[in-house]
Design a protein around this ligand. Structure first.
Ligand code: FAD
Length: 473
């Protein structure tokens, strides 16, 4: 993949004869139009030689949704341009290198069973490193295991009588696993919904397992310790956890978007290019004005793959169907520390949860225990996630260990995820105006997977709208 900075991309737009690979790509001049499972190939009627250098579709935002949209366009041989405000692809899924440590921008795990991700990603090249399937819960001054009985049978038997829930709770976990795994994704995502906390109570879980395990574990996944998030998302994640592994790519979570970007045509990504406004309806084609004043237009449509608040801003007053954010977003803070391996509690690739109900730390783990490549040789990395600010791990592991950690960096992610408490529509339609489509995690289920699906669906809608009636073929 070659990416363009704002200035080189302007050149691309102002010089239609420039022989870039994108031009070769666009010379196919064909739009593949899918209709109800069948695919038809036609010459695009609106193409004129003078427009040859122009992409037929512009995707705004190179997070997972935008990259999935670009991947789908690419697979359909439709020339496109992916325009991104920041200096790299990935959106919320990025990794920084600091003092030879890999710092993901917030605690993120990749679940291998995500169905859309399985179709799009090459897992082998991601070199996925596994977490222990379970967690170690801090409660009453001690650590207690919660283990997946299918993968760590003896650990789970040993955990049956610990204070992280009753024996009945542990049987209910197994039943919930079976129930969620037996449902199709479609059934889960369109099922009757309640909040996760309501589902857990209705299922019969005790307050002790809810407070000591579910609040920190699913609260950490949803950034929502109150567990107001829809039961649909709970079931979807539970199913994926049951069917797949929790992992980190050896080269950081950003390897996921980087892998998608690497398969796109050279010069199809334009970085450092923030879209300031979009104009559609009165003008044809849709036009985008960048912050630097540059104007882009596309022949067949624009897909807005920006995060929900930004989509609202760009579409304000322009679309009756614009995304409406009714609920406050979910936020998180992630702190990283470096230490010597002797400063770690243990060498296990395990997630620690705060089941004590006290303090502000929700969870912590040592990325270098999961993937040694997250740190330089002889050094260890500690990741601490919280709601609030940092202070109370000394009580967990002792001042001598925690005091040895050197703070590396703190990520405060104000918009970590959209709020997905009921009522949710996890399969929202992508059309917001003539030739304008939206995608992003807020359109579907707010995960890597939901973002990828939303990107594909936006392109499918665009293809459907550009479909030429059969009688013209
Ligand atoms: C800390 C954290 C941990 C997470 N952990 C997990 C996890 O473990 N598992 C999981 O499945 N999900 C996790 N998620 C959620 C997941 O990362 C998101 O659901 C998903 O990445 C969203 O992708 P997206 O493409 O919809 O949005 P984004 O990633 O936000 O992409 C939007 C892109 O649009 C660009 N953009 C915005 N405005 C403009 C503009 N005006 N012009 C041009 N470009 C613009 C942005 O720069 C960005 O690149 C986590 C999220 C966070 C923040």
């Amino acid at each position: 993949m070659t990416v363009l900075s704002s200035s080189s991309a302007s050149l691309y737009f102002s010089n239609p004869t420039l022989p870039t690979s994108t031009h070769l790509h666009s010379q196919r001049r064909r739009l593949y139009l899918s209709s109800r499972g069948t695919q038809t190939t036609i010459d695009t009627p609106s193409l004129k030689p003078s427009l040859r250098s122009k992409p037929q579709v512009i995707v705004v935002g190179a997070g997972l949704a935008g990259l999935a949209a670009a991947t789908k366009l690419n697979s359909e041989n439709i020339p496109f341009l992916l325009v991104e405000a920041s200096d790299s692809v990935g959106g919320r899924v990025r990794t920084d290198v600091v003092d030879s440590f890999l710092l993901d921008r917030g605690f993120q795990i990749f679940i291998t069973a995500y169905p859309e991700a399985r179709k799009l990603l090459d897992y082998q090249s991601l070199n996925l490193q596994k977490f222990y399937s379970g967690a170690r819960v801090y409660f009453d001054g001690e650590f207690h295991n919660v283990a997946d009985p299918w993968r760590h049978f003896s650990d789970s038997i040993g955990a049956l009588t610990n204070p992280i829930g009753t024996i009945l709770d542990k049987l209910l976990i197994a039943l919930t696993r079976l129930r969620a795994s037996s449902l199709s994704d479609e059934e889960i995502l369109s099922s009757n919904e309640v909040s996760t906390i309501e589902l857990l109570r209705k299922t019969g879980f005790s307050n002790s397992i809810i407070d000591r395990f579910y609040r920190p574990f699913f609260g950490g996944i949803f950034f929502d310790r109150e567990l107001e998030t829809t039961s649909r998302l709970f079931d979807f994640i539970f199913k994926c956890l049951a069917l797949g592994d929790n992992t980190l790519p050896a080269n950081g979570i950003a390897s996921i978007p980087n892998q998608l970007a690497a398969k796109l045509p050279p010069d199809s990504i334009k970085l450092n290019s923030k879209v300031a406004s979009i104009d559609f309806g009165t003008s044809n084609p849709v036009t985008l004005t960048l912050k630097n004043g540059e104007i882009l237009s596309s022949q067949n449509g624009v897909i807005l793959a920006v995060e929900e608040p930004e989509a609202q801003k760009l579409l304000a007053g322009k679309s009756a169907d614009k995304p409406v954010q009714k609920k406050p977003a979910r936020s998180t803070v992630c702190l990283y520390f470096s230490t010597d391996p002797s400063g770690l509690p243990d060498p296990d690739p395990v997630l620690y949860l705060n089941g004590s109900g006290k303090g502000i730390v929700n969870n912590m783990f040592c990325p270098t225990n999961v993937a040694p490549s997250y740190g330089p040789p002889g050094k260890a990395l500690v990741s601490v996630s919280l709601i609030g600010s940092f202070n109370d791990l000394s009580g967990w592991f002792g001042e001598s260990k925690v005091g040895s950690w050197s703070h590396l960096r703190t990520y405060r992610v104000r918009f970590a995820q959209p709020n997905q408490s009921p009522p949710t529509g996890l399969m929202k339609g992508p059309r917001v105006g003539p030739q304008v489509y939206v995608c992003g995690d807020y359109q579907n289920w707010a995960t890597f997977d939901g973002a990828l699906v939303s990107g594909r669906r936006a392109v499918e809608a665009l293809l459907e709208d550009n479909r030429v009636p059969a009688r013209l073929l």
